[in-house]
Ligand binder design. Sequence first.
Ligand SMILES: Cc1cc2nc3c(=O)[nH]c(=O)nc-3n(C[C@H](O)[C@H](O)[C@H](O)COP(=O)(O)O)c2cc1C
Length: 152
Amino acid sequence: MPRLLIVYNSTTGNTKAMADAIAEGARSLKLDTEVVDAFNVTPEDVMAADAIGFGVPTFNYHAAKPILKLLDDLAGKNVTDKLAIVFGSYGWSGQGAPVVAERLRQMGFRVLDPVIRVKYRPTENELDGCQLLGKDVAMHLKNIRMTENLNA
Ligand SMILES: Cc1cc2nc3c(=O)[nH]c(=O)nc-3n(C[C@H](O)[C@H](O)[C@H](O)COP(=O)(O)O)c2cc1C
């Protein structure tokens, strides 16, 4: 059964709220989904999942450090075509999530659009958007599985 791992960093809970909403959307389509603080995730955990969500707030004009460290630790692993989504809260400049999305693409991940950014605490509407992204990942994973079965 395919599995989605959502890794986040969140100091005041804003990016975590987005992660939880994405998980809710994915689980509503019966996708096995786990939400984990980046401090508790290893590169092996990332490699073992079928799709990864990266929750990336912006601090001091950079992506959150625990996420950048995880990406550094993934260097040299074969992530070709592994499905990923990227999201995060920000306050004014907001480059954290898009910078991470670009880096993931360069590493070989297949990053789904949209990369969702939310200013500070997500509104109900924004959380609905996060839920839709979670559903989208679930549908992509199911399509990949169906194609693999056709080709088997
Ligand atoms: C010390 C500090 C530095 C920050 N630097 C930036 C920044 O450079 N650009 C930006 O867009 N937001 C910045 N922010 C705002 C955070 O991205 C924003 O508060 C966000 O909601 C935090 O998300 P979290 O609760 O998931 O950690 C900063 C916040 C703090 C506390």
